[in-house]
Design a binder for this molecule. Structure first.
Ligand code: NDP
Length: 258
């Protein structure tokens, strides 16, 4: 029973931003759970590295998720190669540090379009494929602790990540008629290319101390939750935002414990 509930055997998964960090861990985890995976990223070197890791059964596509034509072409490429799409993970993301009153519109647009518009476009194009298949589907949107907190110097990122919750709820309601479940994962603090410099400075120590689990996450910490939300185990779960954060979002203080 457990194996069937959490199996991704026979499933086809598309993971945006799958060439590094959290996306890479989810791609490898989905593959180990039986899925055929397609990952996307922009940088050729990173795409070549993940292609070598995933092997010839996987597809790696160069994609900028802000470009609707490219999103449509990538979804078509996945369908042409594997025959369909059952799972989409909207994971591609970027950030820059800017004070709100000094943030240029170009920086705002870049972050909002990558996270939020990119996720909308991928959900729309992959969702159409899932609806036409008539066999249900799963969409997982990667939010953040900044989906619920209001941190300094990343107003665009926090706005985009909060928007991911609205995207998740609205899609969950509309796509339920197609038996497509749409959920969000809110990762806690995990050192990746996105934040390595900051995590090795004071912010990393702050995050570690405020996390009840007493450690930062690693990308592999996300895999169990992602498999749950991608598998039949979550067929009656939709519209939720699941923190995978070692308790960071429920702790209101540093506490060294007994
Ligand atoms: P990485 O920098 O390792 O991964 C980001 C991924 O997104 C890369 O694969 C990158 O590929 C891709 N990407 C960036 N911009 C675009 C774009 N315009 N179009 C397509 N792909 C793009 O960081 P993480 O693994 O940490 O980030 C993954 C997700 O997790 C992001 O949404 C991030 O906000 C979220 N997150 C991360 C947390 C953490 O602590 N690390 C915490 C909470 C959320 P390429 O460089 O080739 O374009």
């Amino acid at each position: 029973m457990g194996n069937v509930l959490f199996s991704l055997a026979g499933k086809i998964a598309l993971i945006t931003g799958g060439n590094s960090g959290l996306g890479r861990a989810m791609a490898l985890g989905f593959q180990a759970a039986g899925a055929r995976v397609a990952v996307t990223g922009r940088k050729a070197e990173k795409n070549a590295a993940i292609a070598a890791e995933l092997g010839p059964d996987a597809l790696v596509c160069a994609l900028d998720v802000r470009d609707e034509e490219a999103v449509a072409a990538t979804v078509k490429q996945v369908v042409d190669r594997f025959g369909g799409i059952h799972i989409l993970v909207n994971n591609a993301g970027n950030v820059s540090l800017q004070k709100a009153l000094e943030m240029p519109k170009t920086a705002w647009d870049d972050v909002i379009e990558t996270h939020l518009t990119g996720a909308f476009l991928c959900a729309q194009h992959a969702g159409r494929v899932m609806a036409a298949q008539g066999k249900g589907g799963k969409i997982i949107n990667i939010g953040s602790m900044y989906s619920i907190f209001g941190p300094p110097n990343v107003l665009h990122y926090a706005t985009a990540k909060t928007g991911m919750l609205g995207l998740t709820r609205g899609l969950a309601t509309e796509l339920a008629a197609h038996n497509i479940q749409v959920n969000a994962i809110l990762p806690g603090w995990i050192e990746t290319d996105l934040n390595r410099q900051r995590m090795r400075a004071a912010l990393g120590e702050h995050a570690r101390r405020k996390t009840p689990a007493r450690r930062l996450g690693v990308p592999e910490d996300l895999v169990g939750a992602a498999i749950f939300l991608a598998s039949p185990a979550s067929d009656f779960v939709t519209g939720v935002a699941l923190p995978v954060d070692g308790g960071y979002s429920v702790a209101d203080r540093y506490w060294e414990g007994p």
